[in-house]
Design a protein around this ligand. Sequence first.
Ligand SMILES: [Zn+2]
Ligand SMILES: [Zn+2]
Length: 97
Amino acid sequence: MVNINECSEEYKSYLRDDPKWQVIRENILFRDGYRCRLCGSTQKLNVHHIRGTHRFHEEDYPEDLCVLCDTHHEMIHRYFKVCDSLKEFYNRKRKEL
Ligand SMILES: [Zn+2]
Ligand SMILES: [Zn+2]
């Protein structure tokens, strides 16, 4: 699940610069055959955190990572953002009742 914390500056620079993450990323790309898991595209690939709960410990939870092309990566992030705000909305409603 994507949340605000996942996008902290510290985590962003980890994803960008950390050699450990570069190795994990390469392993996941290899595991998924350098293809988007949804459409099989080999262009503009991203390694996506499915739940994002294991940041900084990804090597222990490879099942939390999957390869997605740019299009599907963006789609999934948008979808989860919608899910999150819906959940928030219903939680708030529940408290109000
Ligand atoms: Zn795709
Ligand atoms: Zn992602």
